[in-house]
Write a protein that binds this ligand. Sequence first.
Ligand SMILES: *Cc1c(COP(=O)(O)O)cnc(C)c1O
Length: 384
Amino acid sequence: MTGELSAMPDIDPASLFVTRTAKPKVPPPAKALVFGHTFTDHMLAIPWSQSTGWQAPQIRPYGPLHLEPSSTVLHYAQTLFEGMKAYRDKTGKVTLFRPDMNMKRMNKSAARIALPTFDGDALLDCIKTLIRLDAHWIPQEVGHSLYIRPTLIGTQKAIGVNPPNEALLFVICSPVGPYYPTGFKPVSLMATTEYVRAAPGGTGGYKLGANYAPGVVPQKEAAKLGYSQNLWLQGPEHYLTEVGTMNLFVVLRKNDGGVELVTPPLDDVILPGVTRDSVLALARDHASGKQPIAGMTGKLEVSERPITMKEVKEKAEAGNLLEVFGTGTAAIICPVNRIGYMGKDINVPAGQSGIGDLAKAFLQEIQGRQMGTIPSEWSVIVSE
Ligand SMILES: *Cc1c(COP(=O)(O)O)cnc(C)c1O
């Protein structure tokens, strides 16, 4: 942020004003929820302009935005988003999972496309007020949660590629059911060699709207061939990067009988996932003996290193490929059962029966922290 901008007002939770809906809706039964299709009664909106800085945050009834057709977001993809969840634990307490990481990442995304940055703690305060107001929308049923979608768009009313002189930050909330209502469902991946999700020097490491529309056609092509997601590769070496819109983990058996947990290192083609970071932290605390995970092998090596399709194929042929899984806020852990690569399928043993031992252990450890059964500083209280 420049000195000039930082002198401007930041987001101020004390000036938040609330306009309650006159027509509260009845939340649908938990069983009827389809991911991302139902929204709560209220939304948060915080306008920004270059001349005023961040204006007073408003909570108002959920509803359409008024945008001029010239708004820069509609032409140049001046948009970025976050995805986080609020949980209702067994005692009725509402919590968020590591929301500070979402606020930091949102600011990094904003800076990357010249949208205004902000005080993440202040935005989080406003989001908590929104969640408290719509807390009755969080389903009581086990495994359900409230998906929270903060978004920031450039709204300058003029055609031309520039840092916008106006922007709008808004937050909407959607009650969601469990990702696996009927048991674990492993996904199949098509290792995609024709398209890339992200290029070196590009924007794949930021949660920008511009990164997602181009993935739809490759996804459709993978689906036509019978695979549910793309496995995104990088370079002539075919480095593995991400799965659909999730980070990627591979579990390998080592020659000494130990197990290696591999994920590609954070660079400009990898999105720094909160779930990825959580799996790595849990795995490292287990491997070092600081906080062992019951039932998990003691001989665990945790590697953030590049891994190629050649290595995955060779390890699979030697019987040393154990598990592949994706990580992200929506599913937490998503097991993989096979990977189509250059016309042949690589079978992932753990995926044949559902979910592998490591994937399952990480899922339970993370879910326990989200639902309050495992006390953790990752869990942030919204209301008691
Ligand atoms: C959001 C996202 C992830 C997962 O991030 P989480 O913070 O764990 O939800 C991974 N890859 C891509 C491309 C994403 O957009």
